[in-house]
Ligand binder design. Structure first.
Ligand code: NAD
Length: 326
């Protein structure tokens, strides 16, 4: 990095839910940020435009619309990038079962391309968005980074394990510091509309039925987006080793039934439940050990589930009033 310049971070997928929060956080602390995002229509593009709108007047912000699979485009990006946070992906377990080829193209080939770009430009810090789904069905809770993860149960999970593996190869061969962060169900303002909290809250507000898969006993470790951003910032600052895999969760679990009840309380309205069979590829439980994140990054999640839901509701109501939520 040129010492006269602010550090320059490339965020792939930076128009999305997590990436746009990260961009805001880095810009607020004086970083230069380039976002590369193809504005994938997986959910309404207008939501992504709203996520990034306010940054366009910031001289430290550059937005590039394009695809991580397009190597020519990657080669044309600014050559003074110091760090890469690679979040661009096809996300979601269930859609990956419907279209596994597209998931592998974006998540595996795209990650390979990003690492190739890092190698060609001598970028030395690479943070990769992995997922709790790599743990598959793992009865040993809380899940630890040293647990066996080579039995993924969805194409999405397999694509994320692959990213962790390719990252190791590039770290070993080319001295790129590679940190894979396994995010556990992230929620908060701007949450993807396909994720349960967002979907349920909108349906409950409209007085419509919510689709509930299984008997409500499945459990998730829900993590507030601001805590995830703090964890990513921790990974960007980390220098002590060359390859790490780190869970970012809240370190506690909440059942589906409890989640629905909490949304009802925050919104002040009862849910109408449409009970459906459990979905293939879904896991019964996710539960992060966050000891390693604490030790390596001083990670310490700050936001309670209830507070996070309150913040989410405020955002949802504001964006619904503008008629802009999906
Ligand atoms: P998101 O869909 O809101 O953001 C991803 C962004 O990547 C989108 O803006 C999309 O347009 C972009 N993108 C997709 N394909 C692209 C391509 N080929 N080229 C360039 N850009 C592309 O999702 P998110 O929830 O913010 O997730 C960010 C990352 O975190 C993803 O890698 C996801 O797999 C991972 N993750 C998320 C969660 C969660 O709970 N949200 C949990 C585990 C892991």
């Amino acid at each position: 990095m040129n010492n006269n310049l602010k550090a320059h971070v490339l965020i792939t997928g930076g128009a999305g839910f997590i990436g746009s929060h990260l961009a805001d956080s880095l810009l607020a602390d004086g970083y230069r940020v380039t976002v590369l995002d193809n504005l994938d229509p997986y959910y309404p593009v207008e939501l992504k435009r709203i996520n990034i709108d306010t940054n366009f007047t910031n001289p430290d912000y550059t937005f590039v619309e394009g695809d991580i699979v397009d190597m020519e485009l990657l080669n044309s990006l600014p050559d003074d990038i110091d760090m890469i946070v690679h979040l661009a992906a096809r996300a979601g377990v269930r859609p990956s079962i419907k279209d596994p080829v597209a998931y592998m193209e974006t998540n595996v080939k795209g990650t390979q391309n990003m690492l190739e770009m890092a190698r060609a430009r001598d970028v030395k810090q690479f943070v990769f968005a992995s997922s709790s789904s790599v743990y598959g069905i793992n009865p040993n809770v809380p899940w630890s980074e040293s647990d066996y993860v080579l039995k993924p149960i969805s194409p999405y999970a397999a694509s994320k394990v692959s990213g962790e593996l390719i990252g190791h190869t590039y770290s070993h061969l080319y001295g790129i510091r590679f940190i894979a962060l396994r995010f556990f169900t992230v929620f908060g303002p701007r949450q993807r509309p396909d994720l349960a909290i967002n979907k349920f809250a909108r349906l409950i507000l409209k007085g419509e039925e919510i689709p509930v898969f299984g008997d409500g006993s499945t459990r998730r470790d829900y993590t507030y987006v601001k805590d995830i951003v703090a964890g990513i910032r921790g990974a960007l600052a980390y220098k002590d080793s060359m390859y790490e895999i780190v869970n970012l969760g809240a370190g506690r679990t909440i059942s589906l039934a409890e989640m629905i009840q909490s949304i009802e309380e925050v919104i002040g309205k009862k849910a109408l439940i449409n009970r459906l069979p459990e979905q293939p590829g879904d896991v019964p439980l996710t539960y992060a050990s966050i000891d390693k994140a604490k030790e390596l990054f001083g990670y310490s999640p700050q936001t309670t589930f209830k507070q996070g839901l309150e913040n989410f509701k405020e955002w949802l109501i504001a964006s619904a009033l503008q008629g802009k939520n999906a």
